[in-house]
Design a protein around this ligand. Structure first.
Ligand code: ATP
Ligand code: MG
Ligand code: ZN
Length: 371
């Protein structure tokens, strides 16, 4: 137990090139370092766990490295790199804006900023969750941010860009970190599973990636949890059981029943889902995504928008072929209505059941409308 390190920490990228899914940002930073054109104040925005702190640390290490590589990466072996790697460098200062958000904290920081670095060229100040600073702390900070000493670089990070005041925004170079694509997360997990000698079905890792909703850290935490559960052999079934996800198969079945206008089978299947403890609002949204996936599969061009494992992609293409595009559109419409009314409905189960019956009747309605 003693030496277990969570994957999110163990696999924090150490170079620009190993940061997943943020190429335009890491390339811009590398070019700025190469051309000695680095800004002194940055704002890194984006949702949780997409690489903001990681990139800030890599930047700090790289600009202080004595032997930067041709590819503008830190050498990882000079004195400065070693002090960074052991967490002992005095050239990086991380302040958590959520817990140190008062004027006094910022004054302490400003006092520090005046002191030039002992080793290396730059001191990098990372202020995480910067939107949590109080207005007076912000004000105390403005002057320093506008005219920092030559050796100081500020990296402000936030998950809530809209809460940053314009006077700060206009003094920073802004980088918007993107959510990471399902495929990129899944590939990253495959890599890590290999390194950890964990056997894993590709569909299982893909499912974890989907569930992470763009945040790589979340994906890694879930991965750890399921590794423990499955004793180093992750199956698709483990993942859906653990994450309480409805198997794709359910949605394929519903769509098939609806196509056959088989109301009883639909209702029985829904009953099974409820009895297994699944939330019926999530069910409605899952079924909507399913029809959305069928819709994008109607055209080979948009089929690329499908973010599912390859084996399941074939099933989508097949089912999409069997169902009329008008029926898909109407199904989406009915589901969207159910989604909107769900919260305010007194009898939510009935609402879903009526919606399912509607899905089973779409063909009939369409027939009726024909002249
Ligand atoms: N783009 C990425 N490439 C590779 N690993 C990543 C990436 N983003 C996050 N991770 C993984 O998640 C962990 C946390 O990432 P990081 O601290 O950079 O997130 P953050 O964007 O600062 O999130 P927060 O807003 O919660 O502070 C890293 O240690 C790493 O393992
Ligand atoms: Mg962070
Ligand atoms: Zn170095």
């Amino acid at each position: 137990m003693g030496d277990f390190i969570v994957s999110a920490r163990k696999y924090r990228p150490q170079t620009f090139d190993t940061v997943v899914g943020q190429k335009s940002i890491t390339n811009t930073l590398k070019n700025a370092i190469k051309n000695e054109h680095l800004a002194q104040a940055f704002l890194f925005c984006g949702t949780r766990g997409v690489g903001k702190t990681t990139t800030a640390r890599i930047l700090a290490k790289t600009i202080n490295c004595f032997n930067r590589t041709e590819a503008i990466e830190a050498c990882d072996s000079c004195d400065s790199c070693e002090s960074f790697n052991s967490g002992a460098s005095l050239n990086i200062y991380e302040l958590d804006g959520a817990s140190n958000n008062g004027v006094e904290d910022i004054r302490n920081l400003i006092d520090q900023v005046r002191i030039a670095p002992q080793l290396g060229d730059f001191k990098v100040y990372i202020i995480d969750e910067v939107h949590m600073l109080t207005p007076s702390a912000f004000n105390a900070f403005l002057k320093t941010l506008e005219e920092p000493p030559k050796h100081a670089i500020f990296i402000l990070a936030t998950t809530e860009k809209h809460r940053i005041i314009p006077t700060i925004l206009s003094r920073c170079q802004i980088f918007d970190f993107s959510r990471i694509k399902v495929k990129d997360i899944a590939d990253h997990l495959v890599d890590i599973a290999k390194k950890e000698n964990v056997k894993a079905e590709p569909e299982a890792l893909h499912m974890i990636a989907m569930k992470a909703d763009g945040a790589l850290r979340d994906a890694l935490s879930v991965f750890d949890q399921i590794v423990t559960f499955s004793e180093n052999n992750i199956t698709y079934q483990d993942v859906i059981n653990n994450l309480h996800i409805l198997d794709y198969d359910y949605f394929f079945k519903f769509t098939e029943f609806a196509d056959k206008e088989d109301i009883p089978s639909c209702l029985l299947l829904f009953n099974e889902i409820v009895e297994n403890g699944f939330d019926s609002h999530n069910f409605i949204n899952g079924l909507s995504s399913h029809y959305r996936n069928l819709l994008v599969c109607k055209n080979p061009k948009s089929a690329d928008l499908l973010e599912v494992p390859d084996g399941i992609k074939d099933k989508y293409l097949k089912q999409a072929n069997e169902i009329d595009v008008n029926i898909i559109m109407r199904a989406l419409n009915a589901l969207s209505k159910a989604d909107v009314s769900y919260k305010s409905a007194k009898n939510q189960r009935l609402l879903v059941e009526v919606c399912l019956m509607e899905l089973c009747s779409l063909k009939q309605e369409q027939e009726k409308k024909k002249p």
